[in-house]
Design a protein around this ligand. Structure first.
Ligand code: PEP
Length: 244
C-alpha cells in the first residue's frame, strides 16, 4: 500500500503562509501527501496545491446544517475544496471535551456525506500505565460500528498516543507494532474484505530522523505529523526520507 504523510497544522499559518509553504513543497511520486490547515486557509491551499496533494479539515460538525453557531458542516467543507476531514484528534477530545459519542456521530455524518475521514485514536499515559491501551482504542474504534460495504473506502485510522504528541517522546517500535497490529485485527473483524486495505497511520513526535524506522514497521501505512510539518525545510526533509 502506498504510504501517506499528513501534515496537521493545528492553529498555525495564515493563508499566505500556507500558500507559500505548498509552493515550496517538492513533488513526490513515492508517497502521498496531505495537508490539514486551518479552516480559513482551506480554499487558498486547495487552489494553490498541486492536485495530487489532498487538503483536509481539522474538524467537522456532526449536524448537516442549522442553528449551531460556530460550527462548520461537511457540505461547507466540500464547498471550499476539502478532500477529507480529521475526526477525534486528542486535542479535540481533551481540550474541547469531544466524547466518543460525539465523535461517533461525526463519523456517521462523514459517512452520510460521503466525506473521507481520518479517525484519530490513542491512549493517555495513565491509560497506558494502567494497561488499558487496547481497551481504550477498541472503544474509540467502535465509532466505526455503523459502517458497511463501500463506506470502508472512506476510512483512515491514525494511532496517536496522547503522551507522544508534541512531547518529543516517540513511541517505541514495539509499542507502535503492537498497537497497529491490534488495530488491523479490529478492522479485519469489522470488515474481512476491506480491513487489510485501510491505512493505519502513526502520529506523535514524528521527525525526519525517525520517520524511516517508523514507516518500516508492519501495518504502519503512513504518518500524521504536527510540529515537524510546520517548517517547509523540515517537512521536505521528512518526505525525502520516505522517498529514498
Ligand atoms: C498531532 O498533533 O497530530 C501530532 C502528531 O503532533 P506532533 O507531530 O507535534 O507530535
Amino acid at each position: 500500500m502506498k504510504k501517506i504523510i499528513i501534515a496537521n497544522w493545528k492553529m498555525h499559518k495564515l493563508r499566505k503562509e500556507a500558500v507559500d509553504f505548498v509552493e515550496n513543497l517538492s513533488a513526490q511520486k513515492e508517497v502521498d501527501i496531505a495537508i490539514i490547515p486551518s479552516f480559513l486557509a482551506l480554499r487558498d491551499l486547495k487552489n494553490a496545491a498541486p492536485k495530487e496533494i489532498a487538503i483536509g479539515s481539522q474538524n467537522m460538525s456532526e449536524h448537516s446544517h442549522g442553528a449551531f453557531t460556530g460550527e462548520i458542516s461537511a457540505s461547507m467543507l466540500k464547498d471550499v475544496g476539502a478532500d477529507f476531514v480529521m475526526l477525534g484528534h486528542s486535542e479535540r477530545r481533551k481540550i474541547f471535551l469531544e466524547s466518543n459519542d460525539v465523535i461517533t456521530k461525526k463519523v456517521e455524518r462523514a459517512v452520510v456525506e460521503n466525506m473521507p475521514f481520518v479517525l484519530c485514536v490513542g491512549e493517555t499515559l495513565d491509560e497506558r500505565e494502567l494497561g488499558e491501551t487496547k481497551e481504550v482504542i477498541s472503544v474509540m474504534l467502535d465509532a466505526l460500528s455503523a459502517l458497511i460495504g463501500s463506506h470502508w473506502d472512506l476510512v483512515t485510522i491514525a494511532y496517536e498516543p496522547v503522551w507522544a504528541i508534541g512531547s518529543g517522546k516517540v513511541a517505541t517500535p514495539d509499542i507502535i507494532s503492537e498497537v497497529h497490529n491490534y488495530i488491523r485485527e479490529k478492522l479485519l473483524e469489522f470488515t474481512p474484505e476491506k480491513g487489510e486495505g485501510i491505512r493505519i497511520l502513526y502520529g506523535g513526535s514524528v521527525k525526519s530522523d525517525n520517520i524511516a524506522e517508523i514507516l518500516s514497521i508492519d501495518n504502519v501505512d503512513g504518518a500524521l505529523v504536527g510540529g515537524a510539518s510546520l517548517d517547509p525545510l523540515s517537512f521536505n526533509q521528512l518526505i525525502n526520507e520516505v522517498s529514498i
